[in-house]
Design a protein around this ligand. Structure first.
Ligand SMILES: Nc1ncnc2c1ncn2[C@@H]1O[C@H](COP(=O)(O)OP(=O)(O)OP(=O)(O)O)[C@@H](O)[C@H]1O
Length: 624
């Protein structure tokens, strides 16, 4: 069982930085190199400008006519430096954006591959994992370029700073030392702010997730009916705004801290430069500094301070990016949520049957047992029906057969082999399942069926045969674009033929067709396959399914007892245990819970319709 997501992993900052740089280099080595060279040049530009300006001023002050050519040369050199310094950052921005786009492709592919590699459902059930995934997407996409940009910024600032510190030191060692020392508190406070920023982002994760949930609920088509009927729009909006206010409170607190810290630091920096300026003016007045020296001094103090600030900003940007890049690394390196042995055992075609032996299962240690010492055999070629009240554990049983979870005790055996020895993906290719909460994909009708077996994509007769068996064929043919019609209005673009909406029962037939497309599967599982169907459709589909199932291994779950009465064996599940078991006839003869349930359904049907025949359902109706 996997634990809850914690904020930090144990990767060191250096390793994270290296990983981010490697990711950037993989996405665009040329872009990275060009940015690096560009930063050295841009870093050297202010020093060149300051020295060239000093030389121009000193030459002009000397006022010798023969020096005019020198002045022109210096001015031309100044212009060239200015042009280079202006153009290179633009080019750098373009390269950085392009690098970002390339990194994003790699990051999305790696992140979603990592999610896909999770064999079970536990990880996706952990809300903190979703927070981490969101931060991982953001930090994976921006992190490498931020780190690289910070390294470029550090290089640029380092070059500029080196030049100015030497210049300034030649003019006044004391002031140089003061300016440099004044940068230390800036560095320390920015580091602390950076850590706090990362912690706040993690802290407000659940709040922002809830705000997003309410926002999407307010525009969700399925939710719209109840929201309007119950008039809960304002209530949901209020809750969304409450969550946003909470997250704003945290962000505001952080912003205020930033304001306080940076305001104090700006004051310190202004005091230092003001003091320096006073000293330089006094020196110039007494003739110890030339006018050129004075301008050089002013430029050097301003640039040293600015560059130190830039240096700190770059370093902090890198620190912040690395702290968040931790989330990306954690996702791409997360271990599987179910143990998968290496090498796995090949899944052979089912020859004897599937067995749940002494299975105990609960969703987590602090929740009650859902299945308790369950023993169930599904022999090859037979149909086993499972019935039971709501919450008895029927769908949970299906999830264990698909190995979405492992039982805490006992095992699920495939021809006597524990399914934990198989590759879960391979095991699942041998199963056809209609889940109780099946998916309705906003895709075309044909895609909605083909998803059941992508190898059938080009085999239209096979797809139509599956639709026919599920009783969906006629309804799909009648759609505006037949099987090509998109079963959604999400992509509606003005043309009424762009999409169509199906009824709940029609969707159920499409989901059934999807499962039936897997003709070669060894086990067919139908969890409430007909709860949304009308009586005529249910009768037709069951007759067809009965013929289709003949000789196949199947597990049928239904609240409509008429739907499973012809199963080879029926088990009654209650509170995670099998309490009755036999054929329909033996169970009726035994006069237990099954017989009572059947009689209740049959009498209800007779009372309400005055007709004998299929009993009505005890299931909750599915919302369309
Ligand atoms: N992912 C989950 N995490 C925690 N508890 C769960 C989860 N899924 C189901 N449960 C709990 O397990 C119990 C059994 O659920 P299950 O869906 O297996 O019942 P069921 O017999 O299929 O019920 P129904 O007839 O209503 O479909 C329920 O109490 C349910 O709340």
């Amino acid at each position: 069982m996997t634990g809850k997501e914690s904020r930090k992993t144990d990767e060191s900052g250096l390793r994270l930085a290296v990983a981010a740089v490697l990711l950037g280099l993989r996405a665009g080595p040329g872009h990275v190199l060009a940015q690096f060279v560009g930063s050295v040049l841009v870093g050297a530009a202010p020093i060149a400008v300051a020295w060239l300006t000093k030389l121009v001023i000193d030459t002009l002050v000397a006022a010798r006519p023969e020096r005019l050519v020198t002045v022109v040369r210096l001015v031309v050199a100044l212009s060239v430096v200015g042009i280079v310094a202006a153009v290179l950052p633009q080019l750098g921005r373009y390269l950085n954006e392009e690098l970002n786009r390339r990194v994003q492709l790699i990051v999305q592919q790696r992140l979603y591959l990592a999610v896909e590699r999770q064999p079970g459902l536990r990880r996706l059930e952990d809300p903190r994992f979703h927070d981490r995934l969101r931060l991982a997407e953001q930090s994976g996409r921006d992190g490498p370029s931020q780190v690289l940009q910070s390294i470029a910024g550090l290089t640029q600032s380092g070059v500029t700073l080196g030049g100015f510190v030497i210049t300034l030191f030649a003019l006044s060692p004391v002031i140089t030392l003061t300016v440099v020392l004044a940068a230390l508190p800036v560095f320390a406070s920015e580091m602390s702010l950076s850590r706090r920023r990362a912690a706040v982002l993690w802290r407000i994760g659940p709040t922002e997730r809830r705000a997003f949930f309410y926002t999407s609920l307010l525009t969700d088509l399925q939710a719209a009916k109840e929201i309007r009927l119950f008039g809960i729009g304002a209530y949901l909006r209020g809750r969304m705004l409450d969550e946003l206010r909470t997250s704003n409170r945290f962000r505001r607190r952080l912003d205020l801290r930033v304001l306080r810290t940076q305001g104090t630091l700006a004051l310190l920096s202004a005091t230092v430069s003001g003091g320096g300026l006073l000293w330089a003016a006094a020196e110039a007045r007494s003739g110890r500094l030339s006018v050129g020296d004075l301008t050089l001094f002013i430029a050097a103090v301003a640039s040293t301070q600015g560059t130190l600030r830039g240096l700190v900003t770059s370093f902090i940007g890198m620190h912040q990016a690395i702290l968040l890049f931790d989330h990306y690394q954690a996702v791409v390196r997360m271990p599987p949520d179910l143990p998968v042995p290496a090498p796995t055992r090949a899944v052979s075609p089912l020859s004897e049957g599937i067995e749940l032996r002494g299975v105990w299962f609960r969703y987590s240690d602090d929740q009650p047992w859902i299945l308790r010492d369950l023993n169930l055999r599904i022999p090859r070629g037979q149909a086993v029906g499972v019935v039971g009240r709501n919450g008895a554990g029927k769908s949970t049983l299906v999830k264990l057969l698909c190995r979405f979870y492992d039982p805490q005790r006992g095992s699920v055996l495939w021809d006597g082999v524990d399914i934990r020895e198989f590759d879960p993906a391979e095991l699942r290719t041998r199963l056809s399942v209609v889940f109780q909460d099946f998916m309705c994909y906003d895709m075309s009708a044909v895609e909605n069926i083909t998803i059941g077996d992508l190898t059938a994509a080009a085999d239209r007769p096979r797809i139509q045969a599956a639709a026919q068996r599920a009783g969906a064929h006629e309804a799909l043919l009648a759609l505006p674009r037949g099987y090509e019609t998109v079963l959604s209005r999400v992509f509606f673009d003005g043309d009424d033929r762009d999409g169509a909406l199906l009824s709940g029962g029609q969707w159920q037939r499409v989901a059934l067709a999807r499962a039936l497309l897997r003709e070669t599967s060894d086990l067919l599982i139908l969890d409430e396959p007909s709860s949304g169907l009308d009586a005529v459709a249910e009768h037709e589909i069951h007759t067809q399914l009965r013929a289709y199932r003949a000789g196949r291994t199947s597990l049928l779950i239904s609240h409509r007892l008429g739907a499973i009465r012809d199963a080879d064996r029926i088990v009654v599940l209650s509170a995670g245990r099998i309490v009755e078991e036999g054929t329909h006839d033996t169970l009726i003869a035994a006069g237990g819970g099954y017989a009572q349930m059947f009689t209740l359904q049959a009498s209800g049907y007779q009372d309400s319709a005055g007709l004998a025949g299929e009993p009505p359902s005890l299931a909750r109706p599915r919302t369309a």
